[in-house]
Design a protein around this ligand. Sequence first.
Ligand SMILES: Nc1nc2c(ncn2[C@@H]2O[C@H](COP(=O)(O)O)[C@@H](O)[C@H]2O)c(=O)[nH]1
Ligand SMILES: [Mn+2]
Ligand SMILES: [Mn+2]
Length: 477
Amino acid sequence: MQIKKIDDFQWLLPRTGSMRVPGIIYTNESGLNAIKKEETFKQVCNVASLPGIIKASMAMPDIHWGYGFPIGGVAAFDWETGVISPGGVGYDINCGVRLARTNLEEKDVRPHLRNLINALFREIPSGIGSTGSLKLTNSEEKNVLKKGSLWAVQQGFGHASNLERTEDGGCMPDADPETLSKRALERGKKQLGTLGSGNHFLEVGVVETIFDLEAARAYGLFEGQVTLMLHTGSRGLGYQVCDDHLAMMTKQANKLGITLPDRQLVCARIQSEQGRHYLSAMACAANYAWANRQILMHKAGLVLMDILGISPNTLGMNLVYDLCHNIAKKESHIIDGKKQIVCVHRKGATRSFGPGHPSICPEYRKVGQPILIPGDMGTASYVLAGTQRAMEETFGSTCHGAGRVLSRKAAKKASRGRSIQRELEDLGILVKWTGRSTLAEEMPDAYKDISQVVDIVHGAGLSKKVAKLRPMAVLKG
Ligand SMILES: Nc1nc2c(ncn2[C@@H]2O[C@H](COP(=O)(O)O)[C@@H](O)[C@H]2O)c(=O)[nH]1
Ligand SMILES: [Mn+2]
Ligand SMILES: [Mn+2]
């Protein structure tokens, strides 16, 4: 497959065959070598062949293979003529990250760390298929699906001020619970307030370095500060929505009038009944995920206060931001000098809206929206800020994590004969986990070097480095 260097951070996959637009990969020379080129480039090119795609099929430096669309992929489709694809959103609809800051410093927490991680492990249900203490009635579940984070706040989980620090206020419009299958609703009733499995985590961290003082001040971050980072999504409900709609769209794939290069790219016109049906169900799952993260972060704050024996004022917990990295959104962007309404698919990619964007809350608007980039449980995570350049080049998007370099199977093999827990403890990081293979599959070597990935999006101007966080204690699914 042909690839041409555009500059130090951008590579072009020129149009060939059925591609309607070119592919663009954001990475550098060494990042390019780390990508499994055949399978991932092919996925970028396949996405470029879908109807209504605008500008380019893009990939961020954390790119790796995904179902149909690559993880780390960004693609925008014209709202009138384009398509929506469940594989372009992913199975875990609105999987995302939220970060809370506290008034505490490492020295306040370090002596209690073992008790803290044990208590978090007790209080936050985790693992595949885990169920929570919240058992929803049918009508309560429908309210969750319609209201998202607001529902959680109304039940006493967190504060109303959290909403404006959540992407889209923690609620996508047009969420109609009647679009969900019985099975999806059934799965959702028992799983609200649970972390999930494997890659999902709750992490106690500390701000190690500040790169951009003005943005860090706006976000309320300072060196030595203790933070809580949460990564989870819409659990079995979101999975079921994706699965249901893949099956429905596959049945009616002939309606699209094109031959798909890969069956996993199955999609529907945005302006079709099927397209609208999926978007409404996706919005329900997105709202469920926001409520889930709102509940879990509140619970984590209660555990911190209990273990440290401190008051809410001493803890001073405040949401920095909450973002989704598996979503399709109706957005307005300037394309070739003209405003255009598009459906931006970000699958393993994060919104990166720059300074002045009206959707950013007033405290952050001057510096751009916060972006939360988890790395891995043994290295680091980053806080970045959105940029104008991202608005111009990538429909306001950047990377979402380090991205895997080892498959789960390869990671398990590479961990044989090692104690990942001990390796992490030697670095001062405590870890508790639920799944039998989680620690091996999720070990730091399974992921790309987060600092390199972040240096690429910073160098490419898609987002700006604000702060680096170091993990202290990690709860994994
Ligand atoms: N700080 C931590 N980051 C982690 C951990 N496990 C995974 N990760 C990073 O999160 C992203 C999430 O990507 P997804 O596609 O799996 O949703 C992943 O790429 C890693 O970089 C962790 O325990 N702590
Ligand atoms: Mn997820
Ligand atoms: Mn995720």
